[in-house]
Design a protein around this ligand. Structure first.
Ligand code: SAH
Length: 405
């Protein structure tokens, strides 16, 4: 029999609404023995379901999220076949979305929102070398099922290589050591993918996340449509995704800023991979964005189009206040740099900052910059980064396209 995790009375409510997290403070007791990552029965401690098993969940004694639900069906067994079913279903859902058709880089599994807490899987298709899937296991439960997950991904995609990028800092909270390397196949970790007709090198071993920010794929395409004839400032450019799309869209000039030398080196290589683009219009700057914005503001420069895609300033709710100030500061200076009629594409990927708060921050920034502006579009992650209706935490990326008067 599985070990049982007994909930405090009343704490079954979020489970009945199919929210997949069980916090340490919701647990009343434990019966039986379980090691980290083992599947346990989650039992209601009170209310009309008292004593009933409500879910099967992965136990994580080190984490504040003490268990993550694999299944809300108490009769479902969590085994190799379970992962095969869930992963095949996630892959099939992507295949049914026209937006993703023909894309080389696609997120196949988006953790909780695909019913697989702690599992990220991205596929990169190299025109010459077949498919490479990169996995990131961030919970004790997902970590325990590594072999079943790798096998299921291979079967669902037919990929020839799988790389494990389980080196994210969040693993420490689950009591897990970093782990990375090939799980299937081997060879060059650098893959060249095509995104909207632009070639981009992705290093799955050393790049950020699994190598590339797939969540911004559609937004990069939108930027391309806005770029013609404009002077563009791309802040936090990473390997140049937005920059190269701006060039492809006919931007007059594209200045890109990042503080990571390896990211900028790859950005320059990416530009060289695309001889169809006019490299003389691109400039790459190794600098701190906050300082660079201030410097250009003091020099009274103007831009027609500015992208702000900073890293997570608020990884959790505890950082919200400081992060809000940081977001406001960069947005304020961006507003000051906007030419009349100019466009600001601004993002937050912080889980701790909701869409409403982000809009308030951008509003405060515009007011302080003495600029009138209006939202012309709300932006989010691409379709392969779905947000389960029962898991609003999955909506980490929010953006606004704002036009100044
Ligand atoms: N827009 C990019 C992804 C941006 S990720 C894309 O579409 O691919 C955030 C980037 O911000 C990272 O490349 C990181 O190196 C950079 N970064 C973090 N802090 C920074 C700072 N203070 N100044 C400049 N760049 C910074």
């Amino acid at each position: 029999m599985s070990a049982q995790l007994i909930l405090q009375a009343g704490k079954e409510k979020s489970l009945l609404r199919h929210h997949p997290w069980i916090f340490a403070g919701s647990v009343a007791g434990f019966e039986g023995r379980a090691r980290p990552g083992d599947t346990v029965d989650v039992v209601a401690g009170g209310g009309r379901y008292a004593g009933q098993v409500l879910a099967k969940a992965a136990f994580s004694p080190a984490s504040q999220i003490r268990a993550r639900v694999w299944s809300f069906d108490p009769a479902e067994t969590v085994d190799h076949a379970f992962f095969k079913r869930r992963i095949a279903a996630a892959v099939a859902r992507r295949a049914a979305l026209p937006e993703l058709a023909g894309q080389d880089g696609v997120r196949l599994v988006h953790a909780e929102s695909d019913g697989l807490p702690g599992l990220i899987a991205d596929r990169y298709r190299d025109k010459d070398g077949g498919d490479t899937v990169v996995v990131q296991l961030t919970s004790a439960g997902a970590d325990k099922w590594r072999d079943a997950i790798a096998d299921s991904l291979q079967k669902a995609t037919g990929c020839s290589r799988i790389y494990d990028r389980s080196d994210s800092e969040v693993r420490a909270r689950e009591g897990l050591e970093p782990q990375s390397g090939w799980l299937l196949g081997e060879g060059d970790p650098r893959i060249v993918i095509d995104e909207h007709g632009v070639r981009m090198a992705v290093d799955v071993a050393t790049g950020h996340k699994t190598g590339f920010y797939l969540d911004q794929r559609e937004n990069r395409l939108m930027l391309r449509g806005l770029a013609a004839g404009r002077r563009v400032l791309n802040c936090y450019c990473y390997t140049g995704g937005f920059s190269l799309q701006a060039l492809a869209g006919g931007a007059r000039e594209v200045i890109s800023v990042d503080s990571s030398a390896p990211a900028l080196a790859l950005a320059a290589e990416n530009l060289a991979l695309n001889p169809q683009l006019d490299a003389s219009r691109a400039e790459w700057l190794d600098a701190n964005v906050s300082e660079e914005l201030r410097r250009r503001r003091d020099a009274n420069e103007t831009f027609d189009l500015i992208v702000l895609d900073p890293p997570k300033f608020a990884p959790s709710a505890a950082h919200v206040e400081r992060a809000s100030r940081a977001y406001k500061d960069i947005n304020l200076n961006a507003f000051k740099l906007l030419a009349p009629g100019g466009l600001l594409m601004t993002y937050s990927c912080s889980g701790g900052i909701g869409a409403e708060l982000f809009q308030q921050i951008v509003t405060a920034a515009a007011l302080d910059a003495r600029r009138d502006a209006a939202i012309v579009k709300r932006l989010q992650g691409a379709a392969d980064h779905p947000v389960a209706l029962t898991f609003p935490e999955g909506e980490y990326l929010k953006g606004l396209l704002v036009q100044a008067t």
